[in-house]
Write a protein of this length. Sequence first.
Length: 265
Amino acid sequence: MLRIFKLAAFAILGALAASPVYAENKAVAVVNGTPIPQERLELHIKAAAAQGQQDTPELRKAIRDRLIDSELLSQEAIKKDLDKQPETAQNLILTRQTVLANAFMLDYVKGHPIGEDVLTQAYETAKKSAGNKEYNVRHILVEKEADAKSIAAKLKKGGKFDKLAEANSKDAGSKSRGGDLGWVPVGSIPTTYVKPFADAVMNLTKGQVSEPVQSQFGWHVIKLEDVRDLKLPAYEEVKPQIMQSLQQQAVQKMLAELRSKAKIE
């Protein structure tokens, strides 16, 4: 669903480009008698601008050339009746469905705007749930409890956590960083880590190393490396992301309602 939503703008550009509404006399090219309307070029220019490209004569020429190539290839495909092949026919149907689905979702979002009060409330809720601190956690993951106890003993004797992690940890993602899992807001720890791991972290103080902890991944030796005040971005910085998240939630809720009312066999 998320991928479809992100591609919506570009899918609709394709739909509009194929619409008879835009098939006016003004054309950027005529390919074997078939005009390529100016509007189709402009839609592609808008799509390029949305990706940060500048509207330049070079860009317009490149897009015009691509449109001509596409028209030539399409004409050749039709000459060979490739549009009548079962797989091609199904792909055309799927493309049409995707365009229509994305058009409906964009229309739904436009018709259900999210107010400033809802956005600020979501921001405040996120701030509250994140807490006011964040933890920097390291761990060493091994398969057996005996191995974890051995590593814990070495640490108590002055062993370096990062070196032992590099030499022994089975976690490929953090092993090369000395077991470093990065910074996590304290409020996100229960959802970031599996429960036994999260519980152990919450019971540690800065600089402390846990006893071996078992999870479904194996045995962990965990260190709370550091604690610092959490500095969240200002509302205006994250407002676009909050908006997108709430819009996606609204679309998913709408789709769930459509499913509940539909007759699906």
